[in-house]
Design a protein. Structure first.
Length: 167
């Protein structure tokens, strides 16, 4: 590596973990312009800042974040007087109406297994008609719901993908 690059790396390593003041980067740049860095400039211990935001040496300090006193901060604000302080969401849109076939299909999908579980819980003999209603109702309702599913295209989508572009 060239000597100035080695000096720059040495300055970075020497100052690792120190919080620089506003003047230190310029001083470090001047020191690393071809000369070895002075250990005093880059590694001097920081002194506590005073009330005015400057070090004990009079140099302005660089802050990485602001500390607020207890009970104060950026979110401490008063709500306007006309606002009662709580959020009321708008009324949701109504659910779409379903037709009778879809309602009976859901009844069969949910009612078939519930019939079988109820027969087992109440210790009723599983006769052929209970099993047929439970299993057949589930399969028939599920098949009806799948057959009536929409394919994802809008009803007003008249474009035929096989025709190509319409000019």
């Amino acid at each position: 590596m060239p000597p100035d690059e080695e000096a720059a790396w040495a300055a970075i390593v020497a100052a690792y973990g120190d919080e620089p003041t506003a003047e230190e980067p310029a001083e470090a740049r001047e020191k690393t312009d071809g000369a070895e860095p002075d250990g005093d400039t880059l590694t001097k211990p920081r002194q506590a800042p005073d009330e005015g935001g400057a070090d004990a040496g009079g140099e302005p300090s660089v802050r990485s974040f602001t500390v607020y006193a207890a009970g104060t901060g950026p979110r401490d604000w008063d709500a306007p007087e006309d606002d009662d302080g709580h959020f009321e969401p708008p009324e949701p849109p109504p659910l779409p109406e379903t037709d009778t076939t879809t309602k009976f299909a859901w009844l069969a999908v949910l009612g078939g297994p519930l019939l079988l579980i109820g027969a087992i819980l109440f210790q009723i003999d599983l006769t052929w008609w209970i099993v047929t209603l439970g299993v057949g109702g589930f399969l028939g309702g599920f098949g009806t719901l799948v057959a009536r599913m929409r394919d994802g295209r809008d009803e007003d989508d008249w474009d035929d993908p096989g025709r190509g572009a319409v000019v």
